[in-house]
Design a protein. Structure first.
Length: 364
């Protein structure tokens, strides 16, 4: 026996309407919709609060259960929608199938129905509802109406970032320690150059943006927080990360980084490294420099302090050891002071030399 009373057996009753409220007290993503031909535009006769709640059909990529997938649906007051009434001729249970973008001829008239009661949407008049980042209108090759985020990104590029600059100096034996000249580098230019309809854009109300640009020769991925924190992968695969605030990285296991080229880090503030905070045996801090390269440390104005609270300090030089002091040199040894020289030991003093000791033995 077939039940003859089911949705769709005798067709559907369709509607087109405008969302006027999305503050669903049940948190199920329902929307209040004013439907053309079913509801009057006179809000004195039918206020927004008396409109029926419409359920929203979600795509199959959203499970629609237990918070899985996208929820709630992303529609705002002023959105044009289309759907059907699942209660048939009673027309009290609308179901939204999708949205209808267009080109708004006027801004919201908050006193009338079929408009955003809050007067927020549409944002623009006589402009298509398609995101500006997706459209990229041009005249004679120049952008005519760029997205605000794109203008901000271009105007806030970091330029001329300095790298470490090691000056040449003379060692104690008269040899020259060559300079390791620093340089400057610029944040890469913004690679945006999309062609409609290949840039797939999502933008939230507050200004969060996600772009998947399939424009031939200019394929990009870009994701941006409204504050400007973002990452972008350009056509060549180059990735640029911008953080407009603090950056925290917390790892519970190992961290391994391999860099095939150079690495430059410029820090305006301090830099601290804490190794072996768990006090575990053999958690060393190892630095290895390959053949043909140096370690250059330059302090422009300040001290270099190396302290071992417990343990030895060992300096092993496979070749010469040059020590040049521009001022006074003081050595304070709490225990014995031993010097072993296999070759000649020569001391040159332009002033007086004083040796004090309870016993002084020369060639004992």
């Amino acid at each position: 026996m077939i039940d003859k009373n089911f949705l769709g057996r005798n067709g559907f009753i369709w509607f087109t309407g405008v969302v006027e409220d999305r503050q669903d007290p049940q948190y199920t993503g329902r929307l209040r919709v004013r439907c053309i031909g079913f509801h009057t535009a006179d809000k004195a006769k039918l206020p927004t609060a008396d409109l029926p709640w419409a359920s929203v059909i979600l795509p199959t990529t959203s499970a629609g259960i237990s918070g899985l997938g996208q929820s709630p649906s992303f529609m705002v007051e002023g959105t044009w929608v289309m759907g059907y009434f699942r209660d048939g001729e009673n027309c009290q249970e609308p179901v939204i199938l999708g949205t209808l973008p267009g080109r708004p001829a006027e801004l919201a008239a908050t006193s009338k129905g079929f408009y955003d009661p809050n007067g927020v949407y549409p944002k623009y008049k006589d402009e298509v509802d398609t995101n500006r980042l997706a459209v990229n209108l041009k005249e004679e090759g120049e952008e005519t109406n760029p997205h605000l985020s794109l203008t901000l990104r271009r105007s806030t590029r970091e330029l001329g970032i300095a790298t470490a600059d090691f000056n040449p100096t003379t060692a104690a034996d008269g040899s020259i320690i060559e300079a390791s000249d620093g340089d400057t580098w610029d944040q890469p230019s913004i690679p945006y150059n999309t062609t409609y309809p290949y840039n797939h854009v999502f933008e939230s109300e507050s200004g969060h943006i996600r772009e998947y640009d399939d424009t031939n020769g200019n394929e990009r991925i870009h994701e941006r927080h409204r504050t400007g924190t973002s990452y972008e992968i350009g056509p060549s695969g180059t990735r640029t990360d911008i953080i407009k605030g603090d950056h925290y990285t917390v790892l519970t296991e190992d961290n391994k980084v391999s860099i095939g080229g150079d690495s430059d880090i410029s820090i305006d503030g301090r830099h601290r490294v804490y190794i072996n905070k768990s006090n575990t045996l053999n958690n060393h801090y190892d630095i290895q420099i390959g053949t043909g390269a140096n370690i250059n440390i330059q302090v422009d104005s300040g001290d270099v302090n190396i302290v071992t609270v417990q343990g030895k300090m060992n300096l092993n030089s496979g070749g010469d050891f040059n020590l040049k002091v521009g001022g006074t040199m003081t050595v304070d040894v709490a225990g014995d002071f031993n010097t072993n020289v296999n070759g000649t030991n020569t001391e040159n003093t332009s002033g007086a030399k004083t040796i004090r000791g309870s016993t002084i033995d020369l060639n004992p």
